[in-house]
Design a protein around this ligand. Structure first.
Ligand SMILES: [Zn+2]
Length: 219
């Protein structure tokens, strides 16, 4: 009862808004009906990397459009964790339908460099990874792989520059945990796949068996 009172008080002070279009919402949801209907589920039919692909398979939940862009922006830069919860659930649903879920032994997420971590206060991929792992009942480990190089934001780089940008940016901290494991990497957005591919490479070189990837959106 107390919680309900506090919640309705908070809703009065900060009425929930749609993270897609900023419209006021009656219920505590993250998207209005109209924005919900604009979400496009991604059909996994294209992988941009051609040579030297180190991951076995990859799936993504949404195609990147303006609604998904607003969702991820509000999650990543404005810290709305309930968006992470929503995306994590959708990602879990997606992987539960995949043929490779039974193969997976361990879930990890794309690490942030410690300086970025300090700036942002949280790692959005870590929140997604935890949420997926909870939903599918698989072990989740952080800090197995560390980002050792502070890389510039990749948004304006083409595929070659992105590959160069993440080259040797990751090291394995705990080799023992990866040996003979099939690992699922979680990230927010798949753009060219350079980051996921680079992490896959270090997982395999540390004795990991196979690597799969799951993201909330495909750009
Ligand atoms: Zn909306």
């Amino acid at each position: 009862m107390k919680k309900i009172i506090i919640d309705s008080f908070l809703n009065l002070l900060f009425p929930p808004i749609c993270f897609g279009c900023d419209k006021r919402l009656k219920k505590d949801e993250i998207l209005c009906k109209e924005c919900q209907s604009k979400l496009i589920y991604y059909q996994n039919d294209k992988i941009y990397l051609k040579d030297n692909v180190y991951f076995t398979d990859y799936i993504s939940v949404f195609s990147y459009n303006s609604i998904v862009q607003n969702l991820i922006h509000n999650f990543k830069y404005n810290g709305f964790k309930k968006i992470g919860k929503f995306l994590g659930k959708e990602m879990a649903k997606k992987i539960m339908q995949s043929k490779f879920l039974p193969q997976i032994n361990l879930i990890i997420s794309v690490p942030l460099h410690r300086i970025k971590m300090r700036e942002r206060g949280f790692n959005q991929s870590d929140i997604l990874g935890k949420s997926v792992a909870q939903n599918v009942h698989l072990p989740y480990k952080k800090n197995i792989i560390v980002r050792t190089r502070y890389t510039e934001t990749q948004t304006k780089l083409d595929i070659k520059a992105r590959q160069k940008n993440v080259e040797n940016a990751f090291i394995v901290k705990n080799i023992g945990l990866l040996k003979n494991k099939n690992v699922l990497i979680i990230d927010d957005v798949f753009t060219t796949g350079s980051t996921i591919n680079e992490i896959s490479k270090v997982i395999l070189s540390a004795g990991g068996k196979r690597v799969y990837a799951l993201t909330s959106a495909h750009a």
